[in-house]
Design a protein around this ligand. Structure first.
Ligand SMILES: *[C@@H]1O[C@H](CO)[C@@H](O)[C@H](O)[C@H]1NC(C)=O
Length: 488
């Protein structure tokens, strides 16, 4: 066994690109790290990279036992392997060499209940466990991700000095990491982060569709518009990369690459989980659901090609040709619609997190979550600072929409938003994210909804009873009998 002084500070198992990059990041911040992967080639590759990228203190091991024993106690080991069975397999491999008080940290996109199950199983053999969502992709892992650790607070304390340095650093806001809460809360928060990411990407793609299909903007113009947007309230990683994408020429043929990319979206499951959780908790998350549905529909490429033929012969395509628009005005309107819809999407995500926090008694702080998403992660945006401020002003805020600042912004943008949605509908361009966000806003802000009629129907056919607006209690009416008297 290695001498006490030669032991490393932490270990990392699973050396795909994310794992390699995170290990190099940790080493670069001054923490000697042991790395392990079943396929030894990955280990050698990582050590090789560590040498090249500045002689970083990365130590490779080809077998799990010497890997585990090379780490100082209590041993902290981050796992970056595929969610599900590979995680259980890796835990099994490593835990047999670990000792009481050591800790395994799952850095993958794991379903939060799996983390809670593993935390319990580990506790039975005296081991600690953390489920830590990591966002930022490969680049973030290397240079500063946003990290969402949840589970054993004791274990978190052992890695706090590491993660505070490894995380993205945002001026005046601090490192993009905080202890999230107990159990699977770190995974849950990361899952909703990804759901919000689905929403953002959908809304941006709709803005693109309206500007391109109705406004007839070229890729060069789109590049200009998104670059301009990235200087204002929409400034964010996703707007920035979108601007970049429009400027990239095809390397295999004439024209721009974006026009050659097949319109079929992939997904790994966190968006679907988010929508399922929203339904389980009775939280309306229509913007996130619309982005998930859009991905499903995008997958039906062959069917859509056939459907397009069917409707082309009936003249539906001609609607588009009839539209004439003022480009400048349209660009300005779409920017405002995008921003307003984005507020709705974040409001839904935050409400979902709060509902889960209440159910599980996690005590999550929504403002802190907005803070650690300001840098490093895929949804990083200047806008998150406004969300943090809203929850600072009022931690009990029922919905972001009614924060005085956001409410004012919604009101200022609603005309533009309505114009964009109407224009898209009339042009036959689907904008499910923008329109359902608008419906969310219009539903939430209305004191009286037509739900009275739904409730009356329920009482009519099922005697489900109803409440009244003018007196307390539960009422049932013999609607059928009364209607019969009238009809006779
Ligand atoms: C090691 O690498 C392979 C791919 O080369 C991967 O499938 C596996 O999950 C990795 N992780 C561990 C802990 O062995």
């Amino acid at each position: 066994m290695a001498e006490e002084s030669k032991l490393t500070r932490i270990g990392l198992a699973g050396l795909a690109v994310m794992g390699q990059n995170l290990a190099l990041n940790i080493a670069e911040k001054g923490f000697p790290i042991s790395v392990y992967n079943r396929s030894t080639i990955k280990v050698d590759e990582t050590v090789e990279r560590a040498k090249k990228e500045g002689d970083l203190p990365v130590f490779g091991f080809h077998d799990p036992e010497s890997f585990v024993k090379s780490i100082q106690k209590p041993r902290m080991i981050i796992m970056l392997v595929k969610a599900g069975a590979p995680v259980d397999q890796t835990i099994k491999t490593l835990s047999q060499y670990m000792e009481k008080g050591d800790c395994i940290i799952d850095g993958g996109n794991e379903w939060y209940e799996n983390t809670e199950r593993r935390e319990k199983a580990m506790a039975e053999i005296g081991l600690l466990y953390l489920g830590m969502g990591v966002s930022g992709g490969e680049e973030g892992a290397r240079n500063g991700p946003s990290m969402m650790p949840g589970g054993s607070i004791e274990a978190y304390k052992y890695i706090e000095d590491i993660v505070l340095k490894v995380a993205a650093q945002v001026p005046d806001s601090g490192p993009c990491v905080t202890y999230i809460g107990e159990g699977g809360s770190g995974n849950f928060v990361k899952m909703v982060h990804n759901g919000i990411e689905y929403g953002d990407m959908q809304l941006i793609s709709e803005a693109y569709d309206v500007l391109k299909s109705v406004g007839k903007l070229s890729n060069e113009e789109l590049h200009q518009v998104f670059s301009e947007w990235n200087k204002g309230e929409l400034q964010s990683f996703l707007i920035e990369i979108t601007a970049d994408i429009f400027a990239i020429k095809d390397d295999k043929a004439d024209g721009y690459l974006v026009d050659k990319v097949l319109d079929k979206t992939g997904m790994k499951g966190t968006g679907k989980w988010t929508v399922q959780q929203a339904a389980d908790l009775s939280i309306a998350a229509p913007t996130i659901a619309a982005s998930l549905d859009s991905r499903f529909l995008s997958g039906l490429k062959d069917e859509r090609v056939e459907a397009a033929k069917v409707f082309k012969s009936s003249g539906v395509d001609d609607i588009l040709a009839d539209q004439t628009v003022d480009k400048e005005k349209l660009i300005n309107d779409v920017r405002q619609a995008l921003y307003a819809a984005k507020i709705c999407s974040y409001a839904q995500g935050m409400n979902l997190i709060r509902a889960k926090s209440v159910e599980k008694d996690w005590g999550l702080k929504l403002g802190e979550l907005a803070r650690i998403w300001k840098g490093g992660c895929i949804i990083r945006a200047i806008f998150l600072d406004r969300i943090k401020q809203a929850y600072d002003r009022n931690p009990e805020l029922a919905n972001l929409l009614v924060d005085p600042e956001f409410a004012k912004e919604m009101v200022e943008r609603q005309s533009a938003w309505r114009r964009v949605v109407c224009l898209a509908i009339n042009a036959g361009i689907s904008t499910p994210g923008m329109s359902t966000s608008l419906a969310y806003f219009d539903t939430y802000r209305r004191e009286r909804l037509p739900a009275n009629l739904v409730q009356a129907q329920r009482d009519y056919f099922g005697a489900h009873t109803y409440e009244r607006t003018d007196m307390p209690g539960s009422f049932h009416t013999e609607w059928f009998k009364l209607a019969k008297q009238i009809n006779n």
